[in-house]
Design a protein around this ligand. Structure first.
Ligand SMILES: [Zn+2]
Length: 231
């Protein structure tokens, strides 16, 4: 048995409702991280995700690399997205029970990392339940203590871009990588994962139905998706 929580970054896009429909059809409850600017662009699509049972968390307002901006600017990025999330949950008529956050690019805020983690603790942000992750490096890196949500497996499908030479074949190969340079071995029996994928129109233009191809492939190979729970 391989279990995983599916996380989907950078929502919303024009395709979000179709993505949500697919997740509902496959009984995959996902944790989605929204970019504030994308909430402003596609509010109805975020409402659609909320009303179909997805949890939507904070992925900053404009998706900067937090290692490269002052701490105060980072807090403004987080709080601006928080305001939009409060508003969109209200408009959706869905109670907001959890406040997960994910750093863009997984950068953790560089030298300000500890300050951000303290901010998350002081301001009621939610930690995804990661207690079933068995990788020693998860604890050795202190990730079990961090409030923000990182991942253990990245599909890296955002690398499929014109001229990149990276294709859906490469994405599916990574699923079977038994010695990945980063993250954990996805198909290791008994493992537990936080899987990362993205809601990107650019990827969809390159590979129609990319998310169906990826998710069906991992499910065929024994991965079961669980509801995100928080500590
Ligand atoms: Zn992102």
């Amino acid at each position: 048995m391989i279990k995983a929580v599916l996380t989907i970054d950078d929502i919303a896009s024009a395709n979000t409702p179709a993505l949500v429909d697919y997740l509902v059809e496959k009984h995959i409850p996902a944790l989605m991280f929204a970019v504030g600017e994308h909430i402003e662009k596609y509010p109805e699509n975020v409402i659609y995700a909320l009303q179909h049972g997805m949890v939507v968390g904070n992925h900053s307002y404009s998706h900067p690399d937090f290692a490269g901006i002052p701490y105060e600017e980072g807090i403004r990025e987080i709080e601006k997205c928080e305001e939009l999330l409060e508003d969109i949950y209200r408009k959706a008529g869905v109670e907001r029970n959890y406040r997960p956050f994910r750093f863009p690019y997984g950068s953790k805020g560089g030298k300000n990392k500890d300050k951000y983690e303290q901010y998350f603790r002081d301001n009621g942000f939610s930690k995804l339940d990661d207690r079933k992750i068995g990788y020693s490096w998860w604890k050795e890196s202190g990730l079990d203590k961090d409030i923000d949500t990182l991942w253990t497996f990245d599909f890296a499908e955002y690398r499929i871009r014109p001229g990149s030479g990276f294709s859906i074949t490469n994405v599916l190969k990574r699923v079977h990588d038994s010695d990945p340079a980063e993250g954990g071995v996805l198909l290791e029996e008994g493992s537990y994962h936080i899987i990362l994928m993205h809601d990107h129109e650019e990827t969809l233009a390159m590979v129609p139905d990319y998310y169906k191809i990826m998710l069906e492939h991992v499910m065929e190979n024994g991965v079961t998706f669980e509801r995100p729970e928080f500590l």
